[in-house]
Design a protein around this ligand. Structure first.
Ligand SMILES: Cc1cc2nc3c(=O)[nH]c(=O)nc-3n(C[C@H](O)[C@H](O)[C@H](O)COP(=O)(O)OP(=O)(O)OC[C@H]3O[C@@H](n4cnc5c(N)ncnc54)[C@H](O)[C@@H]3O)c2cc1C
Length: 490
């Protein structure tokens, strides 16, 4: 054997040793680069697992999207921390990063992320609604909702909140509102619709108030949610523009295929794509998902919410947090978040949910801004033209197809549990699998961590004794199956 042959032999055995050592490192593919997927990948990476994260968009964050083009951070997706308290799973990170929260509600606020005192409402003719009426109708609305509890007790079958409200108003004529007061009542219904991101005739009476709400009220993330995404995604192996089309699970390895046909192979996968994507069957599973999983996906609803952010040269509106416009139907009501109060920048964000959010997506950006400006001009006839604007389209964006999960009327009780349930080596994350906090950033974050921990336990149990595993921080064990290991000539 000449020296060239012995060198080759040593190289081959080095490659073989390295291949074996890499294949002994547990590997996981995380699908979706929103907060849930990033939290899952971050957790596994810290446990020295080999992780690759596949994200369809050309950016991370998903339904967290902090846009800087208006000169300051503007969140076009999530913007509040719901539950500004130490128990919030995101609190330690927010504290460590020194991020500022601007609290827009009191401690006990459940449905509304704003206190009544911080809103100024106008009618369609631009007259300001007397604050006394805003407060009084707010109190009446609370009484109406309280009365719906009796309706719930009386009826075994679920119904919509709107239907229950109409039963209450039939029974209690003294709670009915007329004229301007009714328009204010509609505005409160509009705010409730914004919380669930669907119209009131789709909000479940059985479950609307069953959510476990953290204390501390609602805090606006003044610097945006982006710093959290940046921090958690540091050092991860992230592949942007990788849209997953097929997942083959249940065998020894999971094979995940992306658009263009490239395969990724690992011990397990965690899927965190939005519920809207699962409902639209945009990913093919092999074997097919079992009926109980398919039913869970179809039993969970998805709402829509959009934002139109407008930057002006100057501030021409009052120094309150929320500017609302009341109307005879909740559909025609609207409101603007005044970012100037929290950030000092002359920016208003129009927020719309449910069918009106879907309607707005049918318009071009320019038409949507014109529509919103008409609303604004009703309140402030001298409103100037915005110098810049941003329009979100969460309902038709092929990467989200909706804003977040909601309980449909008559939803079976265990839908979220069934969505969460893993299928062999395929685990489910994302806001919709959070049992306590669906539709929130902190819920999605915790769901990602939980999926990672379950996945970690599964792999380690399957491999036997944890101590025997040599977990080292080597990356690149997840190989692209279609591309053989490339060995360049020495
Ligand atoms: C307008 C709006 C306002 C909101 N306001 C708040 C708020 O104030 N406070 C709050 O707590 N929550 C709010 N939310 C909800 C919150 O944003 C979400 O619950 C949370 O961000 C969801 O995170 P996620 O990781 O589960 O999903 P996502 O962030 O959607 O992440 C999923 C990722 O999967 C990717 N993906 C999709 N398909 C594929 C595929 N085939 N292959 C690979 N990747 C794919 C997507 O591009 C996305 O990046 C709001 C949401 C919206 C839309």
């Amino acid at each position: 054997m000449d020296s060239k042959q012995s060198l080759q032999g040593a190289f081959v055995s080095f490659i073989e040793r390295r291949r074996r050592s890499l294949s002994s490192i547990p590997s996981v593919i995380v699908i979706g680069g929103g907060i849930s997927g990033i939290a899952a990948a971050h957790t596994l990476h810290n446990a020295s697992f080999q992780v690759v994260l596949l994200e369809s968009r050309d950016r991370l964050g998903g339904r967290i999207h902090t846009d800087y083009s208006l000169g300051c951070p503007v969140d076009m997706g999530a913007s509040w921390l719901h539950g500004a308290c130490n128990e919030n799973p995101l609190a330690p990170l927010i504290c460590r990063l020194g991020l500022t929260l601007y609290r827009t509600s009191g401690d006990d606020s459940v449905l509304y992320d704003h206190d009544l005192e911080s809103c100024t409402l106008f009618d369609m003719d631009g007259h300001q609604v007397p604050q006394k009426m805003v407060v009084e109708v707010g109190e009446t609305f609370k009484k109406i909702l309280k009365e719906t509890e009796n309706v719930r007790i009386e009826h075994c079958d679920d119904m919509s909140v709107l239907q229950a409200i109409s039963i209450v108003l039939d029974r209690h004529p003294e709670l009915r509102q007329e004229g301007l007061a009714n328009e204010v009542l509609q505005w409160y219904i509009c705010r409730m619709e914004a919380w669930f991101a669907v119209d009131a005739d789709m909000i479940s009476l059985k479950s609307w108030d069953q959510e476990h709400i953290l204390s501390g009220g609602h805090g606006l993330m003044v610097q945006g949610y982006d710093p959290i995404i940046k921090t958690l995604s540091k050092d991860l192996d992230i592949r942007l523009n990788h849209r997953v089309t097929n997942i083959s699970y249940g065998c020894k390895k999971v094979v995940v295929t992306v658009e263009g046909g490239r395969n990724f192979v690992a011990d397990a996968a965690i899927i965190t794509v939005p519920i809207g994507i699962l409902k639209a069957n945009l990913i093919e599973f092999k074997p097919k998902l079992p009926d109980w999983k398919v039913n869970a996906i179809s039993d969970i609803g998805v709402g829509n919410e959009n934002k139109i952010a407008l930057r002006f040269d100057d501030v021409f509106w009052p120094n309150v947090e929320l500017l609302g416009i009341v109307a005879p139907t909740s559909y025609a009501c609207g409101y603007f978040l005044n970012l100037h109060k929290a950030t000092g920048y002359p920016i208003l964000v129009y927020m719309t949910a449910g069918s009106s959010a879907c309607g707005l997506e049918k318009l071009s950006d320019e038409c949507a801004v014109n529509f919103v400006m008409l609303q604004l001009k009703k309140m402030f006839p001298d409103a100037t033209k915005p110098v810049q604007y941003l329009v979100s389209r969460w309902g038709t964006d092929p990467n989200s197809l909706g804003c977040y999960a909601h309980d449909v009327v008559g939803k079976p009780e265990d839908s979220y549990e069934r969505l969460l349930e893993p299928l062999d080596n395929l685990f489910f994350g994302g806001e919709a699998v959070s049992l306590d906090h669906q539709g929130s950033v902190h819920g999605a974050y915790s769901a990602g961590i939980m999926a990672a921990e379950n996945c970690q336990r599964y792999i380690l149990e399957r491999r036997g004794n944890l101590e025997k595993l040599q977990l080292v921080s080597l990356r690149s064990a997840i190989h692209e199956a279609a591309v053989p290991l490339q060995i360049s000539r020495m």
